[in-house]
Write a protein that binds this ligand. Structure first.
Ligand code: ATP
Length: 358
């Protein structure tokens, strides 16, 4: 399997920069997800790797070879799109055969590859069917099969699940993860769906406005987001951010104060304006009385089955809490909450950068 290396990659469309100076290593066999909001440059980056867009500046190496000027067919890649565009008049077998035509293989090798791929993807029974006779998930698997028969070194996926309904999306997501664990293909995968990123990726690349905001494992970007953009982009519902000022080893928000968590004590200066990051799942119901317990009013409740979301006011702060549904109070109830102090994040209010590792 080939590694992919992007060095100072830039894409300009006339005056507009779609991708700014991207540096990224995708190790051989790694599953890397490009994640970010619409228009952040994910697809443009993927298309440059595929050879479908010219590179304005910088280098792309695939398997150690400079690929900037290689034709897409010479890059050892296969791409699976959102719109899988199978040929409707061809059977599953013929769709796969068509993908192999440029390779001019002998008949026995063509049959061997199709049989093997169909077996891996669970498509053996469907080889004689046309796409119209398949479910959405089966069609997406044929699209993957069509890419896989060419035994590429690198797989590129562009939002491959976004045309599927929610149930199927989960199923095909499991299948992609299973295939990757089994075959270990180097994979670069574009999505704006954080669940796909969190569940599939070895490494997530979070992008905004053509730049990389953070690269890390799913756990790193969730537990140690580098800035408020990543902190609020990863995690549903989004992390609460409460403005506060550090003073006397405390964090003073407008209507309540918390002790400065130990890990920030030695380096966060007095008087610094900060944002306290509190994940909804780190707000707990509490008994009144002990220190660091705050009165809250319940403005709204969303029942989600296992959990419930509470729309809370603590003083004038609006906070979203996620608690076990079985414990949920009534709307308008006056309750008490505490915060899981170990999990609090702190950000510099001016720059948005995490204060964790200074
Ligand atoms: P989405 O999730 O909506 O597909 P994305 O992150 O994949 O978004 P890109 O499609 O890579 O974003 O687009 C990045 C930026 O480049 C956007 O601002 C887009 O408008 C711009 N862009 C993309 N293609 C072109 C083009 N052919 N000409 C001019 N600008 C373009």
């Amino acid at each position: 399997m080939s590694a992919i290396i992007l060095r100072n990659l830039v894409k300009r469309y006339e005056a507009d920069m779609a991708v700014h100076d991207i540096n990224l290593n995708v190790e051989a066999g790694e599953f890397v997800v490009l994640l970010g909001p619409s228009g952040c440059g994910k697809t443009t980056t993927l298309r440059m790797v595929a050879g479908l867009e010219d590179v304005s500046e910088g280098e792309i190496y695939i398997g150690g070879e400079l690929a900037n000027d290689l034709a897409p067919k010479d890059r050892g890649i296969a791409m699976v799109f959102q719109n899988y565009a199978l040929y409707p008049h061809m059977t599953v077998r013929q769709n796969m055969e068509f993908a192999l035509r440029p390779l001019r293989l002998d008949r026995a090798e063509v049959n061997r590859r199709i049989t093997e791929t169909a077996e891996i993807l669970g498509l053996d029974e469907y080889l004689a069917r046309r796409p119209s006779q398949l479910s959405g998930g089966q069609r997406q698997r044929v699209a993957m099969g069509r890419a896989m028969v060419r035994t590429p070194e690198v797989f590129l996926f562009d939002e491959p699940l976004s045309n599927l309904d929610a149930k199927l999306r989960t199923k095909v997501r499991w299948e992609i993860g299973y295939l990757h664990r089994r075959l270990g293909m180097t994979t670069l995968y574009v999505t704006h769906d954080q669940t796909e990123a969190m569940t599939l990726a070895d490494k997530i690349v979070i992008m905004r406005q053509g730049r990389i905001e953070q690269v890390g494992t799913p756990e790193e970007v969730f537990v140690r987001p580098r800035n408020t953009f990543v902190a609020t982009f990863i995690g549903t519902p989004a992390m609460n951010l409460v403005p506060a000022v550090s003073a006397d080893a405390n964090l003073h928000a407008k209507d309540f104060s918390l002790p400065m968590p130990q890990k920030f004590r030695n380096h966060v200066p007095e008087g610094l304006e900060v944002l306290i990051g509190i994940r909804p799942s780190n707000i707990n119901l509490a008994d009144s009385g002990p220190a660091n317990v705050f009165a809250a009013s319940v403005r709204g409740i969303e029942y989600l089955g296992t959990d419930a979301l509470l729309d809370l006011r603590v003083g004038s702060e609006e906070l979203v809490a996620e608690i076990p549904a079985i414990l949920r109070p009534e709307v308008d109830a006056q309750i008490h909450v505490s915060f899981d102090m170990q999990s609090l994040q702190l950000f510099d209010a001016k720059t948005g950068q995490s204060l964790e590792s200074i």
